[in-house]
Design a binder for this molecule. Structure first.
Ligand code: DQA
Length: 165
């Protein structure tokens, strides 16, 4: 059975409490259950991991190189500045889809920049929690080409997939 990893970075354990006007009221546990069930309906296993610590997230990405067929990843604020996370994604062959619940392009300017996107195979933003299942579906469809350097991440509310832009 194929195995996928749902990863969430810093502060996403606070979903449900945190800024509900932006992120809604659904908890991370409910999102994890939703994605696990979505995978089960499609005959694949989904494991879940959340951490507020960059090193733990980097270790998990390294593990994904051999342990998983794809990663659905909301890196939270690491998206905007963590070259360590970006290099970890670039270090593994396992395809990673970047997901944001909110439309990061329609918020503060710093959120429109993703330093991790070039290493990812797709970026989904502003689709709410549905974006997580869309990311899993994309991996099951075979999304596998990295977005690469020079690709413009600043496109409001879009699904951007490697190789098709
Ligand atoms: C987020 C957007 C990020 O800018 C923010 O730091 C988050 C959540 C999102 O899901 O919309 O923690 O990744």
């Amino acid at each position: 059975m194929k195995k996928y990893l749902l990863m969430n970075g810093p502060n996403l354990n606070m979903l449900g409490i945190r800024e509900p006007e932006i992120y809604g009221t659904t908890t991370l546990a409910t999102i994890q259950d939703m994605v696990v069930a979505h995978g089960a309906e499609r005959g694949v296993q989904v494991d879940c991991f959340q951490s507020n610590h960059e090193g733990a997230l980097i270790d998990k990405l390294h593990e994904a190189h051999t342990a998983y067929d794809g990663v659905v990843y909301n890196p939270g604020a690491h998206t905007h500045y963590s070259y360590g996370i970006r290099d970890a994604i670039g270090s593994i062959d396992t395809p990673v889809v970047e997901v944001h619940i909110s439309d990061v392009d329609a918020r503060e300017p710093f959120r429109a920049i993703s330093v991790v996107a070039p290493a990812c195979v797709a970026q989904i933003k502003g689709h709410g929690i549905d974006g997580y299942c869309e990311a899993l579906d994309g991996l099951l469809e075979g999304w596998s080409t990295r977005l690469g350097e020079g690709f413009d991440t600043r496109t409001s509310g879009q699904v951007i997939v490697g190789g098709t832009f």
